[in-house]
Design a protein around this ligand. Structure first.
Ligand code: SAM
Length: 212
């Protein structure tokens, strides 16, 4: 089983093994990226935040979609992830604002972003942190802005689901439940909340809009 770092029960499960993560999951997850961008409806010129960006693959893909007139930022609580993401952006000659930060304490002004995306992060946020992160996302979104949370949707088959939970980190997986994220979004006053499979890998999503 891959170990995550439990910083404190209240801060989330950070992933500090950035190079290994990128080597293992970078290629695997690349097949879902265009679909995530499509679901988030990221357009040219948009300002986008990738929350819990890890090594920044999806963040860099988002930057390619917004173009020169758009702005993309990525935050992650693990400094090792941000260091690798910055290195990858520099190698590509791409300008993305990567910062070490917690999902529940975002270092951005109110109404900054058109879109916030977050892939495979919410199962790292225990208990009330999911609510806090959704409130923070709502704060930094512009009115009418979109929040897209993508996470594992593991098969209910005991053998397959059990194996994946073991492989991916059994402590965190019970906390992955996009249907519950959709409930939390509604409770946090997001509008037009929807929840479905992404049609890629074992990933599902919950999406909501900040009220105008
Ligand atoms: C499974 S990785 C996903 C990375 C990236 N989003 C992707 O799709 O490849 C989860 C990330 O969430 C980060 N994380 C965990 N708790 C966090 C928190 N409270 N705030 C910000 N990032 C956090 C971890 O450090 C890790 O990089």
């Amino acid at each position: 089983m891959m170990a995550h770092t439990h910083e404190t029960a209240s801060k989330g499960n950070l992933v500090r093994w950035s190079k290994r993560y990128d080597a293992i999951f970078g290629h695997l997850l690349s097949g879902s990226e265009d679909r995530v961008i499509e679901l988030a409806e990221i357009k040219t010129g948009a300002t986008v935040l990738d929350l819990g960006c890890g090594p920044g693959s999806l963040t860099l893909k988002a930057k390619a979609h917004v173009g020169k007139t758009g702005k993309v930022f990525g935050i992650d609580a693990a400094p090792e992830m941000i260091e690798l993401a910055r290195k990858k952006a520099a190698e590509k000659g791409v300008e993305v604002g990567f910062q070490v930060s917690y999902a529940q304490e975002l270092p951005f002004a109110d109404a900054t972003f058109d879109v916030v995306i977050s892939r495979l992060v919410f199962h790292h946020l225990p208990g009330d942190l999911k609510r806090q992160a959704l409130n923070e996302i709502q704060r930094v979104l512009k009115p009418g802005g979109r929040c897209l949370v993508v996470d594992f949707d593991l098969p209910s088959l005991p053998v397959v689901g059990g194996f994946l939970k073991h492989l991916l980190g059994s402590h965190a997986m019970p906390q992955t439940d996009v249907r519950n994220y959709a409930v939390l979004m509604k409770q946090a006053d997001y509008q037009e909340v929807e929840c479905d499979s992404t049609g890629r890998l074992l990933l599902a999503y919950a999406k909501g809009i900040k009220a105008q």
